[in-house]
Design a protein around this ligand. Structure first.
Ligand code: CS2
Length: 458
């Protein structure tokens, strides 16, 4: 089989959808930090669909902050990749063409800075994961104890962190005339773009203060809620997808049919007509963020830790186990849903039913271990707000499962605080202290939760 490339599109299997516009007419208008599978299955697809329906020339340049993997996958394919979306009743395979180039920051830092400075780039979107924002333990300011931030603050001309890279790029943008810019976070954090703004302001105050007035007047930071389940690709799945495609695709992504994007309608320099393809542009994003993080993601993390401890590998396996499913359903009904202030017109019950069906999708094989990653960051976004609002005994069980997972098992700990957590795992200190220290890694402390002692006792 040949490799996917504009020159080989004629060899695609019948029925595979192709970009519905002329790729040669695209101009880079969006820069995306973190072009991993999630971006390629979500924001890129919405923009691709918009080009098909509404025209325009919004091309995307991807920037990987660390690894060359995505560039190595997509560059030989001229940016093309395929997306398979499926559940047990539908299946769609398509080739997406909206990504024009992928840059690798450590390999070509000047090109990344130049792209951020380029006035043709009008929107910077980000999927850099929760830990990419370098948030301090208070969850809202810049973590100056973070090694990457410390090194960037000491040497802001050669940044490695996302915040440092954006700050340097913005300084150059200002020097190049200061064209207005929108920065749009697409990570699973409450108030995501406001947090990005806060850490950037903090960083700029000690690096390039001249950027601050421009940032105040010429940038916009709309928050957004993103939703699509995108499991990490496996070699077997990729092989199957390539066979269905008729071409080798190293950048293949597979996902579910469902996809949702809600964005605060606050842009500094225009945007694609995303509303034409179902993106919701709203004034008040808070209810959408809360419902998604505190119901979908909160259940997801509970499924991950409880499932792994019960010997399950994937989310659908957990959902197929009657006891675990009943635990998830009760957790949603008794603890998570009552802690939400959903708008009166929002049908929370229908949303819950849809989530249960999405989690049960047998074609996704979404690994619990993937969701279990970065627990210390995710828990404070997904579980803490509910724990702060009410007594939540089932959620406490999930929290106990995480603590048990960290302290008492030999599961791999893929977490930004894994050094600390591994020390706690090995420690022979009193149990109570180790539990408290583990909880503190997820920002759960007597300062953040009122009924902390009761919660820890559970
Ligand atoms: C998951 C999310 O990996 C995780 O932590 O909970 O990535 C989840 O699949 C998405 O947020 C769904 O939109």
């Amino acid at each position: 089989m040949n490799r996917l490339h504009p020159d080989t599109l004629g060899e695609l299997a019948a029925g595979v959808q192709q970009p519905p516009y002329d790729r040669r007419a695209l101009r880079p208008g969006i820069l995306h930090l973190g072009p991993g599978a999630f971006h390629r299955a979500h924001q890129a697809v919405f923009t691709e669909d918009t080009l098909g329906v509404a025209g325009g020339d919004w091309g995307i340049i991807g920037v990987s902050l660390r690894s060359p993997t995505v560039a190595d996958q997509l560059t030989p394919q001229d940016g093309l990749y395929s997306v398979l979306s499926e559940d047990d009743s539908e299946q769609e395979l398509r080739v997406v063409g909206v990504i024009q180039r992928v840059l690798v920051a450590p390999r070509e830092p000047e090109a990344v800075v130049a792209a951020i400075a380029d006035p043709a780039i009008r929107i910077i979107t980000l999927t850099i994961t929760e830990k990419g924002y370098s948030l301090a333990p208070d969850g809202v300011s810049l973590n100056r104890d973070d090694a990457a931030i410390q090194s960037d603050l000491a040497n802001p001309e050669q940044p490695a962190s996302a915040v440092g890279m954006l700050a340097l790029g913005m300084r150059e943008r200002l020097a190049a005339g200061g064209a207005p810019l929108t920065l749009l976070s697409c990570d699973n954090l409450c108030n995501n773009s406001m947090l990005l703004r806060a850490v950037l302001l903090d960083y700029l105050q000690t690096t390039f203060t001249q950027v601050l007035p421009w940032l105040e007047d010429h940038t916009a930071f709309p928050c957004s809620m993103v939703d699509r389940i995108v499991p990490a690709m496996t070699p077997e799945r990729r092989k199957k997808q390539c066979n269905a495609l008729g071409l080798v695709d190293e950048g293949a992504v597979s996902t579910e049919p469902y996809s949702q994007w809600v964005i605060e309608d606050l842009f500094a320099a225009g945007r694609p007509q995303w509303e034409r393809v179902g993106v919701q542009l709203v004034q008040d994003i808070a209810p959408f963020e809360d419902i998604k993080l505190r119901l979908l993601n909160a259940s997801h993390s509970s499924i991950a830790y409880c499932g792994l401890l019960a010997g399950k590998k994937t989310v659908d396996q957990v959902m197929a186990d009657p006891d675990l499913r009943s635990f998830v359903e009760t957790l949603m009904a008794k603890d998570l849903m009552p802690a939400l202030d959903a708008p009166a017109e929002f049908d929370l019950g229908a949303y819950r039913d849809q989530l249960l069906a999405r989690f049960s999708n047998p074609t996704l094989r979404h690994r619990c271990a993937q969701i279990a990653m970065d627990g210390s960051e995710k828990i404070s976004q997904r579980w803490l707000p509910t724990l702060q609002r009410r007594k939540a005994p089932l959620l406490c069980k999930a929290l106990a499962a995480w603590v048990h997972f960290v302290l008492d098992t030999d599961f791999d700990l893929d977490d930004p605080r894994s050094d600390r957590l591994l020390v706690l795992r090995a420690s022979t200190a009193a149990r109570e202290q180790r539990v408290a220290d583990t909880l503190a890694c997820a920002r759960i402390t007597p300062q953040t939760v009122d009924n902390y002692d009761a919660l820890r006792a559970e």
